[in-house]
Design a protein around this ligand. Structure first.
Ligand SMILES: [Cu+2]
Length: 196
């Protein structure tokens, strides 16, 4: 159906006027209805086709391993890392706390959308989300991620209730592979592992 202005997904003019007055974060929440939620597990994959922040990587393509710790202080350590454009990274995320944490990769828009989904469905599991993992206390989870060919910044975040809003988010700077940082050994987490 290609009729203009009558699609089910369009916001009525009145509602549009109202939401225009509301903060962007709240708007994102409103955009996620229970009906839409049924198909939401496909959203990250669909986004990945446009590749704004990368896509799930293949184990054989991994050229670097990065260890990140999730803390009950609602922080990640390290909170900022740097990768190369087009690089495939194996993230090993250790949950050192007693709370469950998540590690979700995405740009700001994806993080906000994910937060809205989690608020709508508190018990939602990460298993069906290709861009994230849930890490039980004391466990280490693995996520292999292929970063896009263009430079930029993406985020990794935890969307357990309250954690994202408390600041459990880190940043990944994607820099050109030919730029500074030819010595991969500069990253201690890489130097300590055989992935090279
Ligand atoms: Cu958390």
């Amino acid at each position: 159906m290609c009729q203009p202005d009558t699609g089910a997904g369009l916001v009525p003019p009145v509602k549009r006027a109202v939401t225009g007055l509301i903060a962007a974060g709240l708007l994102a929440s409103l955009a996620v209805s229970p009906v839409q939620a049924a198909g939401l597990s496909r959203t990250p994959a669909a986004s990945a086709r446009h590749n704004p922040y990368g896509s799930p990587g293949k184990p054989l393509a991994v050229t670097r391993t990065v260890r990140i710790t999730a803390l009950d202080t609602l922080r990640f350590s390290p909170v900022q890392i740097q990768v190369h454009t087009g690089q495939t990274v194996r993230f090993l995320i250790y949950n050192s706390g007693r709370l469950t944490h998540e590690f979700v990769i995405g740009n700001r828009a994806e993080q906000q959308a994910h937060e809205a989904r989690m608020e709508a469905h508190p018990g939602m599991k990460m298993a069906r989300e290709p861009n994230g993992v849930t890490i039980p206390p004391g466990h280490t989870a693995t996520l292999i991620w292929h970063f896009p060919e263009h430079a930029g910044t993406v985020e990794f975040a935890c969307h357990e209730p309250g954690h994202f809003n408390a600041g459990m988010v880190g940043h990944i700077d994607i820099v050109p592979a030919g730029g500074h940082g030819k010595r991969r050994g500069k990253n201690t987490e890489t130097a300590a592992l055989p992935d090279g």
